[in-house]
Each structure stands twice: as structure tokens, then as C-alpha cells.
Design a binder for this molecule. Structure first.
Ligand code: DX5
Ligand code: ZN
Length: 218
């Protein structure tokens, strides 16, 4: 199984987004993870469609857009237009997550559902036909640099069993590092988001070393 590394731009230098995108692509990233926060669903605010549209010009890598906004549905078309390839929505963000997933697929984008660390997987079996990815949070969303919540590893195994042979990715987000990446991929994860651990150091050479170390730890 080849593991996809998706650096989170939340840990990049926002004053140099174009340069940072070029550096992280050259350093070996597979996808770009973009954390959209609204100051309502999560206690932090980041960026929206215009910034993503501006970023789109600087890399060819897929944009994995993690929506931490409520409501999400009214804004999904704008994120699709801005250049998202994959859009993920939280089950906790509204009563109609199945509809949100249909809206994303209807716009020709890949869809994913996100579960917070304390959210059970019970409804997931009814969404399997609508999703390309399940994102399991290993921190409570809102900030980079938080401590990894280890109890989610058991949830990864359960989700992997539920998915079976279906072509659905399992992505992990929050506190991912060389200390837990192997544990996560052995449990069934195949997409690793990493902010702090990939962007530490601040130069392209650092990013390359950090990504290589993450891959070597698997
Ligand atoms: C948290 C975000 C994450 C975050 C990960 O709400 O969804 O993508 O940037 O950052 P680290 O890897 O620093 O935990
Ligand atoms: Zn994220």
C-alpha cells in the first residue's frame, strides 16, 4: 500500500503561500491539505475560497480541502470552483451530511466525511456509497501543533474493517509524526496529514528531510 503524505498548509508561512507550495511539492508531498475554519464550528479562522484560488496557481498537486465550517453546503460550490479536488465535511457540522456528500459528488469532486475524536462510526456504513475518503481526526479540530490522541487508532481499525475492499481512503489528521505514522498505517490508514512535523525547520531542505523521515518510519 503506498501511503499519501498530505502536508497541512496551516503550518506554513501564510505570508509566502506560493513559495511554500512550490517548496512542499519539490520536497515530495503527494497532496496539499487545506484547513478551512470559520470561528463558529471551530474556535479559529483561517482562509476561504479566494485564498485557495490564489494558491491553485502554484502547484499541480491535488487540493484536499478540509471544511471545518457550519453550515458547509452553501459554500461547497465556491470551494469546488476555487480548485478543490477533494472536499471533506464533518458529520458534526450539520444534520444533513449525506446531502453534503451528494453535493460534492454532484460538482464532480471527490468527497470525504470527517469524524472528530469523540464521534462514533455508527452512521458511516450508510455513507459508504457516497464517499472516496474517511478522515479520522486525531486532535480536536481548530489548531495545528496539538497532541496526538492515541485512542483513535482503534477507530482506524474498525473503519478499515467496515470499508473492506472498497476504494475508500482512510486519512488521519492531527499530531501525525514519526512516532505514530507506522502505527496508523498498520491500522489501515493510507493518507497522513501532517502540519507541524513536516513544516518544522522552515526551508525546502527541512521539508524534504521531514517527509522522508515520515515515509521511512512506516
Ligand atoms: C487541525 C487541522 C489539521 C492541522 C494538523 O484542525 O485539521 O490539519 O493542521 O496540524 P498538526 O500536524 O500540526 O497537528
Ligand atoms: Zn485538517
Amino acid at each position: 500500500m503506498s501511503v499519501i503524505i498530505a502536508p497541512s498548509m496551516l503550518s506554513s508561512d501564510f505570508s509566502r503561500l506560493g513559495e511554500e507550495l512550490r517548496a512542499i511539492e519539490a520536497a515530495g508531498a503527494d497532496w496539499i491539505h487545506l484547513d478551512v475554519m470559520d470561528g463558529h464550528f471551530v474556535p479559529n479562522i483561517t482562509f476561504g475560497p479566494p485564498v485557495i484560488k490564489a494558491m491553485r496557481k502554484h502547484t499541480k498537486l491535488p487540493f484536499d480541502v478540509h471544511l471545518m465550517i457550519a453550515p458547509a453546503d452553501p459554500y461547497i460550490p465556491a470551494f469546488a470552483d476555487a480548485g478543490a479536488d477533494l472536499i471533506t465535511v464533518h458529520v458534526e457540522a450539520g444534520p444533513h451530511v449525506h446531502r453534503s456528500l451528494q453535493v460534492i459528488r454532484g460538482l464532480g469532486k471527490k468527497s470525504g466525511v470527517v469524524l472528530n475524536p469523540g464521534t462514533e462510526i455508527s452512521g458511516l456504513e450508510y455513507m459508504l456509497d457516497e464517499i472516496d475518503m474517511v478522515l479520522l481526526m486525531t486532535v480536536n479540530p481548530g489548531f495545528g501543533g496539538q497532541a496526538f490522541i492515541g485512542s483513535v487508532v482503534e477507530k482506524v481499525k474498525k473503519v478499515k474493517a467496515l470499508i473492506g475492499d472498497r476504494p475508500i481512503h482512510i486519512e488521519i489528521d492531527g499530531g501525525v509524526s514519526v512516532d505514530n505514522a507506522g502505527l496508523l498505517t498498520r491500522a489501515g490508514a493510507d493518507v497522513l496529514v501532517a502540519g507541524t512535523s513536516v513544516f518544522k525547520g522552515g526551508t525546502q531542505a527541512d521539508y524534504e528531510r521531514n517527509i522522508k523521515a515520515l515515509r521511512a518510519s512506516l
